[in-house]
Design a protein around this ligand. Sequence first.
Ligand SMILES: Cc1cc2nc3c(=O)[nH]c(=O)nc-3n(C[C@H](O)[C@H](O)[C@H](O)COP(=O)(O)OP(=O)(O)OC[C@H]3O[C@@H](n4cnc5c(N)ncnc54)[C@H](O)[C@@H]3O)c2cc1C
Length: 460
Amino acid sequence: MNQNDLKPLHKALCTLLGTRFSTDSTVRDAHARDASYHRGTLPDAVAFPKTNAEVAEIVKICVKHNVPIVPYGTGTGVEGAVVTSEGALCIALNEMNRILRVSPDDRDATVQAGVTRLQLNTHLTAIGTQLHFPVDPGADASLGGMVATRASGTSAVKYGTMLDNVLGLTVVTADGSIVHTGGRARKSAAGYDLTRLFIGSEGTLGIITEITVKLTRLPEAVAAAVCAFPNIAAAVDTVIELIGIGIGIARIELLDERQMEAVNRYAGLTYEVAPTLFFEFHGSAHTVAESSEVADKIAAAHGSGDFRWATDENQRKKLWQARYDSYYAALNRHPGSVGYVTDVCVPITRLAECIARTKALLEKSSVIPSILGHVGDGNFHVVFPLEPDNNNELAEAQQFSHQIVDIALEMGGTCTGEHGIGIGKRKALEKEHGEAVDLMRAIKHALDPLNLMNPGKVFL
Ligand SMILES: Cc1cc2nc3c(=O)[nH]c(=O)nc-3n(C[C@H](O)[C@H](O)[C@H](O)COP(=O)(O)OP(=O)(O)OC[C@H]3O[C@@H](n4cnc5c(N)ncnc54)[C@H](O)[C@@H]3O)c2cc1C
């Protein structure tokens, strides 16, 4: 599509949005990719709506001009789901950043899709509630992007994923209609669950503009600990045993020895270079003390080193910073590299075997990947730091990723616990779901017959 074809579209969007519509190359470049190695072309323009009505009008204009639409949250995705193709319009949601309502007694809130999780949590503290939104993917992602990718993260082992924490949505569909799904009731048996259909749809079914989320009481007490293990199997066996007895763990994260070496170097820390578990316990002062003691004993029985404890908030933040820095620390091992991340999830009892087989496979890798994971959910990631534009390294990482997915699927797992499909896992989706992918395509076609909503993502 050449510029002349786009002129009427530009004119219509400029009239609607004024300066909140941009064809500037810097702005387009800033919205062309996510945090991964995936690259496409620049979007032809970027629109910054503020209201549901504006989003609906933009979609109607795009339908009229047959222009594909790519929604953009904060661009922290890692499977290339915001990468644009020729002629696409990017709808950036960052100016839809108003917190519309907080109801402390019902423990819910409604926000516009561009509100980030830290913005919501800062607001909940500022207005004096004892509540928080607990889903934490590490990055300060937008709530809209988190819904669209069905995000989870470090705290899912206690608080669940986006699937468990969203009550309702406002969505602009592919024909420009504004629909409301779900509501504020804690349970409902009213018809098809459209909210869950949009959760994880990666912008391919519609644009999420408002989200009603559940809020959770802040825990009375929190304790954090870090402890090293002689090998990965001992660390994972500790996790399996702790999950099995059901103690109040809010986060339990594994970093392998390569990842620990990377975080030490990145942040000037002095952790032992060994497979390490990061724990966080939430609950009453009594339950946190009890859970911590049990975890300490079970870890020791698996040969762990000493627990390094922190209860004060600043100390806890410092202790956990190594975990939050891990993606950038892994890339920093080869300055200038881009990340190829793979993410699989298996039933917890198969986790040790899955990681062991993955590790054995990775011995043959030339790019020295590291492993980290939300092991309490049976979920782990492999990060390959790749030289930009090095096709050999990319092909190698892709090959390993396919093999890791095969191992996970063989164990009854999934090709992605939380990062989604984007363009990176489309083949893996076919492998995992087979004919059910045809049913997914039929739903996509029914809701977006012109294939304008984030085309090329999720499906090959
Ligand atoms: C350092 C780091 C750590 C991470 N750790 C985790 C983790 O622990 N757990 C985890 O789950 N993820 C993790 N991620 C990935 C990422 O943060 C999540 O996928 C996040 O949910 C993406 O949100 P976003 O706002 O950045 O979305 P974007 O990257 O902007 O978009 C992601 C997808 O959502 C679509 N989208 C965005 N907004 C909307 C909308 N309003 N309506 C419809 N579609 C929309 C986009 O089109 C795209 O398909 C991590 C990323 C980084 C960089």
